[in-house]
Design a binder for this molecule. Structure first.
Ligand code: SF4
Length: 161
């Protein structure tokens, strides 16, 4: 799938160590809706770099060969702009590699904007989605599902059931 970056061991996005996969695209919805320049987006630096096309198998095998990481995290830019690629990746992880580790997806969309995609992800166990736009200058709050602080009041995570 097309990505912008991989962090082999990330300790900031979940209560357990994760492999962080930075996805390739985002239309900048958080900033445009707030009438702010897209440069305010915390992932804006990635927007300008060229995507890397990396085989899902290579990413999965790198993840499985690392004893430290316990989950995979898709995050900024916007994973749901590459929904089919992400779905294919998760299908391979679960069926070809028999790995049921937690997959965490950080999206800037609200739940009611991506209901169809959520229903497709419900086919799989152990999927967490963090919803909601980034709104600058709000007080951070602790999210019990992720075990970390989120930046904006409207953001929260849930395990799909
Ligand atoms: S969804 Fe993420 S990458 Fe897109 S504008 Fe919002 S914070 Fe930036």
């Amino acid at each position: 799938m097309k990505i912008k970056n991989i962090v082999e061991e990330d300790f900031t996005n979940y209560k357990q160590p994760v492999m962080y996969i930075g996805t390739a695209y985002c239309n900048g919805k958080c900033c445009t809706e707030a009438n702010l320049p897209i440069s305010v987006c915390q992932n804006d630096g990635w927007r300008r770099s060229v995507p890397i096309d990396m085989a899902d198998e290579k990413i999965i095998e790198r993840y499985l060969s690392n004893d430290i990481t316990k989950a995979i995290c898709f995050s900024g830019l916007e994973p749901f702009e590459q929904f089919n690629e992400m779905l294919t990746f998760i299908k391979k992880l679960r069926t070809e590699y028999h790995c049921n580790d937690m997959v965490i997806i950080y999206t800037g969309y609200y739940k009611d904007e991506i209901l169809q995609q959520i229903n497709m992800l419900k086919e799989f166990c152990n999927i967490v989605i963090k919803y909601g736009r980034f709104i600058p200058n709000q007080k951070k709050h602790f999210d019990n599902v992720l075990g970390i602080y989120l930046a904006s009041d409207n953001q929260y995570a849930e395990v799909l059931e």
